[in-house]
Design a protein around this ligand. Structure first.
Ligand SMILES: CC(C)(COP(=O)(O)OP(=O)(O)OC[C@H]1O[C@@H](n2cnc3c(N)ncnc32)[C@H](O)[C@@H]1OP(=O)(O)O)[C@@H](O)C(=O)NCCC(=O)NCCS
Length: 247
């Protein structure tokens, strides 16, 4: 095959980028419609479509991410990162172009949200301001969380590491999640613990009146020895009675 000169290669790159932008504009129009619907459903303060499209920084960050993510997939890494950083300056929301985000995603209020490169987010998820979906610094490769569908992460919460948050789960405001959260659960606190599963309270172990397994075993042995002693005494008494009868 004939080798292309630098201008031909640049021309190809520009044509690829144009194709990418055309695909993104097409999908963004559809997604924008869905995002506006999602905001209307989840934010009681939203009044009109114009307000949501023009004034919601969460919506701007998502639209910028769709473009950055498509550019990243088409290996335009610098352009992808440039768009992601420009969006961060405008919205205060930093989404790495590599993050995979499902449909009807909504970031309410926005500022201070950070979403890492290997994060995966399902459909219909909501994040509030100050949320970090980040790494612990201990993992390589897949370093960031995976959120299922219909997950809500409250303001200021940190979800750290390549863990899973199951479908329909809620992470409380300011929680720090370091372990997997099962589906249909509510996790609260630092480190986060599951306090509700399927809407039902999960009973925590009583840390004050904690059972002592050694003491339990000793008590069982004591009961067994007492039983054996009673049996031996009964046998001994029966033997004495027999002896007396024979005399
Ligand atoms: C966790 C949350 C989603 C409620 O979920 P839920 O499944 O309805 O849970 P409940 O309200 O029944 O609370 C469960 C328990 O967690 C506690 N809890 C709730 N939120 C908590 C929080 N952020 N931190 C610590 N504990 C919390 C409750 O007091 C309750 O404790 P109990 O078991 O001793 O009664 C909600 O409290 C929350 O944090 N939402 C975040 C919303 C947000 O960020 N809004 C910002 C808008 S700008």
């Amino acid at each position: 095959m004939k080798k292309q000169n630098v201008f031909q290669r640049m021309g190809n790159k520009i044509r690829n980028a144009q194709r990418t932008v055309a695909v993104v504009i097409d999908t963004t129009q559809r997604e924008l419609k869905e995002t506006v619907q999602a905001v209307r459903e989840r934010d009681p303060a939203a009044r009109s479509t114009a307000e949501i499209v023009l004034l919601y920084s969460g919506v701007h960050a998502i639209v910028a991410h769709r473009l950055a993510h498509q550019l990243q997939k088409d290996e335009h890494y610098f352009a992808a990162r440039a768009i992601s950083q420009a969006a961060r300056h405008l919205t205060g929301i930093e989404i790495h172009p590599g993050a995979t985000i499902g449909k009807n995603f909504f970031i309410d209020h926005g500022s201070g949200v950070v979403i890492g490169e290997t994060t995966e987010i399902g459909d219909n998820c909501t994040l509030y301001q100050g949320v970090t979906l980040g790494g612990t610094g201990k993992d390589v490769g897949k370093r960031h969380p995976t959120l299922g569908n219909n997950v809500m992460v409250g303001s200021g919460a940190k979800v750290l590491g390549p863990l899973k948050v199951g479908d329909n789960s809620k992470i409380a405001a300011n929680a720090v999640v370091l372990h997997e959260v099962p589906p249909h659960s509510t996790a609260v606190g630092i480190p986060a613990k599951v306090v509700r599963r399927g809407g039902v309270k999960v009973n925590d172990l009583d840390q004050i009146h904690i059972p002592d397994p050694v003491a339990q075993e000793l008590a069982k042995m004591e009961r067994t020895i007492a039983e054996l002693r009673r049996e031996v005494e009964a046998l001994r008494a029966a033997g004495v009675a027999n002896e007396q009868k024979e005399q």
